[in-house]
Write a protein that binds this ligand. Structure first.
Ligand code: ATP
Length: 245
């Protein structure tokens, strides 16, 4: 379908996505593509449409307009609320999800995820007793069970302390280095700048910016020069205001 567009290498493409909830337009024609191994940060204020966009890319919400091209069955979804069984152990959780997904050898899949997430030593621990950071790693491991080429993470670092965040990002960056396309949403502009190779700025359902962190800084400087010397978050808020948000 994408023949001749020069985008054959894309892991994911979305075009003109529209989503309405009654009168409200959560997305108004958002499009973007991502390459294998790219780390894309989706940022924007509350209600911008970040979760809606990720849910559509994950195939769990149907858009009212536009289209998504992703390799079939190759998208892993990590929602904001971890769906873990808190009274089961780390390994039991992975086994359960591997069985639910119909893996031929659930034990082997669970063992692989334990290895990948570095949680092998904690395999017998009850999930409720783990730190928020480790719970989030299991949540991500479940999203990775199907070995997807595209991994979607909805605010993966919420509630983690700085050290847990750093470890989580090290892990996620490792996945991207091995070729997984990672698309994550965040409210933390510094986190987006630090870890997102590309930033997609959404506001009121529209894409205001799509490019790298340097490009966003330039756009902010251009459109909100009075705030350019302030910290980036302040300047970014001024930029959104200039753009009418
Ligand atoms: P936040 O940063 O607060 O998580 P977001 O950028 O993820 O916000 P969405 O959750 O995608 O934004 O919501 C976009 C808009 O769509 C909001 O106005 C929201 O109220 C609305 N919306 C989202 N889901 C639904 C739903 N199931 N029913 C009705 N309105 C919805």
């Amino acid at each position: 379908m994408s023949a001749g567009t020069g985008k054959e290498a894309s892991a994911l493409q979305a075009r003109g996505l529209v989503k309405r909830y009654g009168e409200r337009e959560a997305l108004r024609g958002v499009g973007f593509s991502a390459e294998p191994g790219e780390l894309v940060a989706v940022i924007g204020p509350n209600g911008a449409g970040k979760t809606t966009l990720l849910s559509i890319l994950a195939g769990i919400v149907r858009p009212d307009g536009g289209e998504v091209e992703v390799p079939a069955g190759e998208v892993g979804w990590v929602p904001q609320q971890a769906a873990l069984y808190r009274r089961l152990t780390v390994e039991e959780n992975l086994l359960l999800f591997a069985r639910l997904e119909g893996h031929r050898d659930p034990r082997a899949s669970a063992a692989e995820m334990l290895e990948l997430t570095g949680l092998g030593e904690r395999r017998e621990e009850i999930v409720a007793r783990l730190s928020g950071g480790n719970q989030q790693r299991i949540n991500i491991a479940i999203g990775l069970l199907s070995q997807p080429r595209v991994l979607l993470l909805d605010e993966p670092s919420v509630g983690l302390d700085p050290r847990q965040r750093a470890r989580l990002w090290l892990f996620i960056a490792g996945l991207a280095e091995r070729g997984t396309t990672v698309i994550f949403s965040t409210h933390d502009i510094q986190e987006a700048e630090r870890y997102g190779g590309r930033l997609l700025v959404l506001a009121d359902g529209e894409a205001l910016f799509d490019g790298d962190a340097g490009g966003l800084r330039e756009a902010v400087r251009r459109e909100a020069p009075e705030a350019a010397d302030r910290d980036f978050e302040t300047a970014f808020v001024a930029y959104l205001q200039h753009r009418g948000h």
